[in-house]
Ligand binder design. Structure first.
Ligand code: HEM
Length: 418
């Protein structure tokens, strides 16, 4: 029978070194066994570090995302703060058929064909951001491009009026400090979350009165056309799109560029053959792992995973980041190879909850990274890699700032083109 060693995930990633380079930690976890016991704020239960079990369990209908469906108490109690309730009630923590009903309402806006129509606008926003940054010899890739791009795109998709976009960005940026997700940091963030919720409630009111060709108007309409979304569900959906879609995409762009500047051969290969951008983005998703693990799953019956009995009601945490680095699924898993194909990474999850925003995240990265390379003939880290400030988030991986020394294209003749 497989071992069930106890692991404290928060402690494993307590030091900056392991956040900067999580590969060795995940390799050790995979070596410990296919099923580990979790001992930390994740609430106990089991941890799955290997590709085989992660990719199987994530699609297995015997595992629920809604704890109520295994007889556990809902986190939504009379004393639950209203804001937390909004997050708890989002579709990522629901199972079919409730999940399907909610997902159907937003699905249309995120199909690859619909998202592809945004390409021109994503290019414009990227160019504006790069224009503003290009005057400086050192840019902060995060503040100058990776953070504002996805936020501007989602603000426009949601229908935030142009005059309110700065306020929206300020309100949203304020809650990004909550990266530790500890009870204390959640309480600290509460007033800021309230202000953001107030802003979104105003937006819903506005779009109810003045509908436009945007997502909030479409959701309000759906709500009014029948029993569809009530006001709380609507705000909850918008919250989910903001939280699930923003920092993840920010980190894909940030981590992806960081890996390229640290690997001049891969960067040069992409400059020489821009058509590699498709496989390059998939490899960045796999190798840089913007998301460490998906929402917890709960066993709806007694099951066995790799010979380990998992009693009904147990919580199971699927380490998608570790699965993506599993040598058993990816040859040379700890090497970034922008030509890798096939690349069956699980960075967007799989099955029922497969990332709704995957086409949008791919589009933004596919436009932003080549635009950066075209704009600057030379890019290099402005500080030693071991001094980069990694965020302390338990589930998301990315740097707070990424200072790069840049030379505009054309001015770099005679220099190495990395
Ligand atoms: C690189 C960027 C992104 C990554 C790595 C990512 C990753 C993921 C993962 C792993 C899941 C599955 C969660 C689970 O199974 O519990 C997920 C779900 C989701 N993502 Fe993304 N995501 C990204 C970008 C986006 C964007 C841009 C949006 C929308 C604006 C978005 C919206 C969602 C939503 C709504 C869900 C829940 C889907 C459901 O429950 O059916 N994501 N994402």
């Amino acid at each position: 029978m497989a071992t069930t060693v106890r692991v404290d995930l928060r402690r494993e990633f307590a030091d900056a070194g392991s956040r900067a380079d999580p590969g060795p930690v995940y390799a050790r976890l995979r070596d410990l066994g296919p099923v580990l016991r979790s001992k930390d704020i994740l609430g106990g239960g089991f941890l799955l570090p290997r590709y085989e079990e992660v990719s199987r369990v994530i699609k297995d209908p015997r595992f629920a995302s809604d704890r109520r469906n295994v007889g556990l108490r809902s986190l939504d109690q009379w004393w639950t703060p209203g804001l937390l309730r909004l997050l708890i009630s989002s579709m990522v923590l629901k199972d079919p058929p409730e999940h399907r009903r909610l997902r159907n309402l937003v699905q249309k806006a995120f199909t690859p064909a619909r998202v592809e129509k945004l390409a021109g606008r994503v290019e414009e926003i990227t160019d504006e951001l790069l224009d503003a940054a290009a005057a400086n010899p050192v840019i902060d890739l995060m503040g100058d491009l990776a953070l504002p791009l996805p936020l501007t795109v989602i603000a426009e998709m949601l229908g935030v009026p142009p005059a309110d976009r700065v306020r929206f960005r300020t309100l949203f940026a304020a809650i990004q400090d909550n990266s530790e997700m500890t009870p204390a940091s959640i309480v600290r963030n509460y007033p800021r979350m309230r202000r953001l919720t107030g802003f979104l409630q105003e937006l819903v009111r506005l779009r109810r009165e003045q509908p436009g060709d945007d997502l909030v108007s479409a959701l309000v309409h759906a709500e009014e056309a029948g029993d569809r979304l009530d006001e709380d569900e609507l705000i909850s959906m918008v919250f989910l799109l903001l939280f699930a879609g923003h920092e993840t995409t920010v980190n894909l762009i940030g981590n992806g560029v960081l890996e390229l500047v640290r690997r001049p051969d891969q960067l040069q290969m992409l400059r020489d053959d821009p058509d590699l951008i498709g496989t390059a983005i998939e490899e960045m998703l796999r190798f840089t792992n913007p998301v460490g693990f998906v929402a917890p799953r709960f066993a709806t019956e007694d099951v066995e995973i790799a010979g380990v009995p998992i009693p009904r009601g147990s919580m199971v945490t699927l380490l998608i980041a570790s699965a993506n680095l599993d040598e058993a699924a990816f040859p040379d898993a700890d090497t970034l190879d922008i030509t890798r194909s096939p690349n069956r990474h699980v960075s967007f999850g799989l099955g029922t909850h497969f990332c709704l925003g995957a086409p949008l995240a791919r589009l933004e990265a596919r436009i932003a990274i080549p635009a950066l390379l075209r704009r600057f003939g030379h890019l290099e880290l402005a500080v030693p890699a071991d001094q980069l400030p990694w965020r302390r988030h338990i589930a998301l991986r990315g740097v707070e700032h990424l200072p790069l020394v840049v030379t505009p294209a054309g001015a770099s003749a005679g220099r190495s083109t990395t």
